[in-house]
Design a protein. Structure first.
Length: 201
């Protein structure tokens, strides 16, 4: 039975990974895979290799045969970094598999899948261009807003009500530490700490 490392990623703490996890669990059940670890992240897929090296360590440490994600965009939106992570996992005999495309980075005999390599590079190039286009559109919009005299950002003196926004975090914090709450609620520790600050204010 193949051992699988399930990976779910979203970019911000306002997004949830539950649906990704459910879909990946179902895929494992259908294929007779054994899930050895489920890993959730709130991080941009454009980050550098240094900022994503912890993921490589976690996958290797799990003893998995397969790194399973819903889509390549969940894995990486940076061509160079994505290929570097893939190569490091391959060095440890770990295959990357994506449920939406059905692509597997290694053949059954453990050799690299050239078709998957080509598709990986093409798709990650597309994702990288999408990100660049989005950033330029945002910058352009901000420049136009400033030119029109619009004040950007949150009004001075305003404070976001995190207690109302993240009730699950509040509940966990009543009986768990910041670190435990971060894990249980799948939220960054920095966010959990800010919620806690509002609770004691």
């Amino acid at each position: 039975m193949k051992k699988v490392f399930i990976y779910a990623r979203v970019s911000t703490d306002r997004q949830e990974t539950d649906r990704q996890i459910d879909d990946l669990r179902l895929h494992c059940q259908r294929n007779g895979y054994e899930v050895v670890k489920e890993y959730k992240e709130h991080i941009s897929a454009t980050k550098s290799l240094e900022k994503r090296h912890h993921l490589i360590d976690e996958v290797i440490k799990s003893g998995a045969d397969i790194f399973l994600a819903q889509d390549l965009s969940r894995f990486s939106r940076n061509v160079k970094v994505g290929l570097q992570i893939k190569d490091k996992l391959h060095d440890n005999g770990i295959c990357l598999e994506f449920t939406q495309t059905g692509l597997k980075s290694l053949n059954d005999d453990g050799t690299p899948n050239p078709m998957a390599q080509m598709v990986f590079v093409c798709l990650m190039n597309v994702y990288e261009m999408e990100n660049a286009t989005k950033k330029e559109m945002i910058k352009s919009g901000l420049r136009k807003a400033i030119e029109r005299g619009k004040t950007l950002g949150r009004p001075k003196g305003s404070t976001e009500n995190l207690l109302k926004k993240y009730p699950k975090v509040v509940t966990y914090l009543q009986s768990h530490s910041v670190r435990e709450t971060s894990r249980l609620a799948s939220k960054p520790k920095s966010l959990v700490q800010r919620v806690r600050q509002q609770m004691v204010a």
